[in-house]
Design a protein around this ligand. Structure first.
Ligand code: ATP
Length: 543
């Protein structure tokens, strides 16, 4: 783990607070040291009680055992709170940066897919804090403390314990992490090949049969599938071997401590049974400590195998996220302040397109006016709409949309896996329930929303996938209605809506007294036959 570690770089980039991390580690170490003290004191108490001294001799130790029992639980609880807070803050910061990078990337398309993919990566970063960084640091502190205590009791046992702790806390986790890295890397490559082969076999089946290449493709698929299984097997074998190292190390260190204790006792006194009465260097209490302390010190190294895997998974996620985020944190986008003034849209000699120009247009949409963009599929309607919205730079000419007046509502806009209310509130934070209900009724979803079990609180589980295509589009349209933008650019707002109702809906979108009113300017990309609707609008007809 050098500074080159992508996870450490990601921690730096998202501003993981070192002080809070140190506090979480301190609390975790205090809990673990309480457990260690508890084990040592319990061992002493059990063996001392066996000698049946006056009970007053034991009362301090009994009280201390209780105190350590309570402090162990208390510190662990506080450590959980501190660690989770740290991880949640880090994840919120990572999400903020990712969202800003995606928002500033300019590519309006594919954003929701990118968001879905990065959500898991952000979770993995949080996991690397909770299950990786903190347990590793706590394990290191506790391991050193256990060896130090043991060195006071018996230097030889301390050496054995140190070696066993290194095996359990360093060697085993490294093995497990390598296994996990192998599963992730080889497995991902094999899965990619399997996916490609399946797609080829399914999409090009007839051509492959004609070309007599179907067998080859299917053989390739079987081979890719087998190599995926092999990658998983190899990784799991390594992880299992690593997991078995801890019990083995515990066994070795306990047996070694016992042998050393017996040896010391017999050398000093001739027989263990005499030890209690001699008051010599090795008392039964010391013997108990020698046996129980190692057992307790492995409590903190046991989870380190899982910690190393969490770290490894976090590293892979960090690589993907840092590539996406870039080196510099993009400036926080200030919320656009949408004024109250109606705004016009004009374009002069506007040439639009991605790599190649798709057309040139001059247009004037007065404030409060309506414009439709029509034409066959693939002609460039969406690209023109994005350019008018200021989301794509013009290839030549100019467009006058004033920043902070315009909002584009794409065909594939994202519906979040949260309540219906929150899905509309993303458009405007202070929108009231009445306004939401009115907007839903305006797009013909009043009865549907009224019949939902929890009304506006109903969770749209899975976001858009919980709804039919038509419902999805209409919720997005309701979102546009409550949005404060003065210029609204709608891409295929009635797609997937029943044809009869779609015409009615489009007519009300384009009617100046309809859904958007006279003080908002509306540009609509549509496939529908606009003249049939009987509303007057400007039209850009692309061929
Ligand atoms: N991100 C992109 N990068 C490069 N070219 C693109 C991109 N998006 C679209 N295109 C190309 O631009 C052209 C116009 O696409 P556009 O989506 O604007 O058409 P459209 O008229 O809206 O089609 P549809 O009615 O099917 O939605 C197409 O040839 C398309 O392949």
């Amino acid at each position: 783990m050098t500074n080159d570690d992508p996870l450490l770089r990601a921690f730096d980039a998202i501003g993981l607070r070192r002080r809070s991390l140190a506090a979480a580690v301190g609390l975790g170490a205090a809990g673990a040291l309480s457990a260690l003290g508890l084990a040592a004191l319990s061992a002493w108490l059990i063996t001392r009680a066996w000698q049946m001294p006056p009970v007053l001799y034991l009362s301090v130790a009994v009280t201390a055992v209780r105190a350590l029992g309570i402090s162990r639980a208390l510190f662990r609880y506080l450590e959980r709170l501190a660690t989770h807070r740290l991880a949640l803050d880090a994840m919120a910061s990572a999400r903020g940066r990712v969202y800003r990078s995606i928002a500033c990337s300019g590519a309006a398309a594919d954003r929701s897919e990118l968001l879905a993919r990065t959500a898991d990566d952000v979770d993995d970063i949080g996991d690397a804090v909770v299950r990786g960084a903190v347990p590793m640091a706590v394990g290191a502190v506790t391991g050193v403390a256990a060896v130090a205590i043991m060195a006071v009791v018996s230097p030889l046992s301390a050496v054995v314990l140190a070696i066993a702790l290194l095996i359990s806390g360093v060697l085993a986790p490294r093995w497990a992490a390598r296994g996990s890295a192998a599963v992730i890397a080889d497995g991902a490559a094999a899965r990619q090949r399997t996916g490609d082969a399946v797609t080829t076999a399914l999409w090009h089946g007839p051509e492959l049969v004609v070309a007599r290449r179907r067998g080859t493709v299917l053989d390739g698929l079987r081979e890719a599938d087998a190599s995926y299984a092999r990658a998983v097997d190899t990784g799991r074998t390594r992880q299992a071997a690593a997991a078995s190292m801890t019990p083995f190390a515990v066994l070795v260190s306990v047996v070694a401590a016992a042998v050393i204790a017996v040896d010391l006792a017999s050398r000093l006194t001739g027989s263990l049974s005499d030890v209690s009465s001699t008051g010599g260097a090795v008392t039964p209490m010391l013997f108990g400590v020698l046996l129980l302390l190692p057992l307790s010190s492995f409590e903190t190294t046991g989870p380190l195998t899982e910690a190393a895997i969490a770290w490894q998974t976090g590293r892979q996620a960090a690589v993907r996220l840092t590539t996406l985020m870039g080196d510099d944190d993009p400036p926080a986008a200030s919320d656009p302040v949408f004024g109250d003034e109606p705004a016009a849209v004009t374009a002069r000699g506007l040439r639009w397109g991605h790599d190649r120009p798709l057309g040139t247009v001059d247009l004037d949409v007065p404030a409060g006016g309506r414009l439709t963009i029509v034409g066959p599929s693939g002609v460039g309607k969406t690209t023109l709409a994005l350019t008018l919205a200021g989301l794509l730079p013009p290839l030549a000419g100019s467009v006058s949309t004033v920043e902070g007046t315009t909002a584009y509502f794409g065909e594939e806009a994202h519906l979040f896996s949260t309540s219906l209310r929150e899905n509309l509130r993303v458009a405007r934070g202070d929108v009231s329930d009445d306004e939401i209900e009115r907007a839903l009724a305006d797009v013909g979803l009043g009865d549907w929303a009224g019949g939902l079990p929890d009304g506006l609180d109903t969770e749209l589980v899975g976001g858009g996938s919980a709804l039919s295509g038509g419902q999805r589009r209409r919720i997005l349209l309701a979102r546009a209605i409550v949005h404060p933008a003065r210029v609204v650019i709608l891409d295929e707002p009635t797609e997937h809506v029943d044809s009869g109702y779609a015409a009615e809906l489009l007519r009300r979108i384009l009617d100046v007294d309809g859904l958007f009113g006279r003080d908002r300017t509306v540009v609509v990309v549509t496939h529908q036959n606009v003249p049939e609707l009987g509303v007057s609008t400007g039209t850009v007809s692309l061929h």
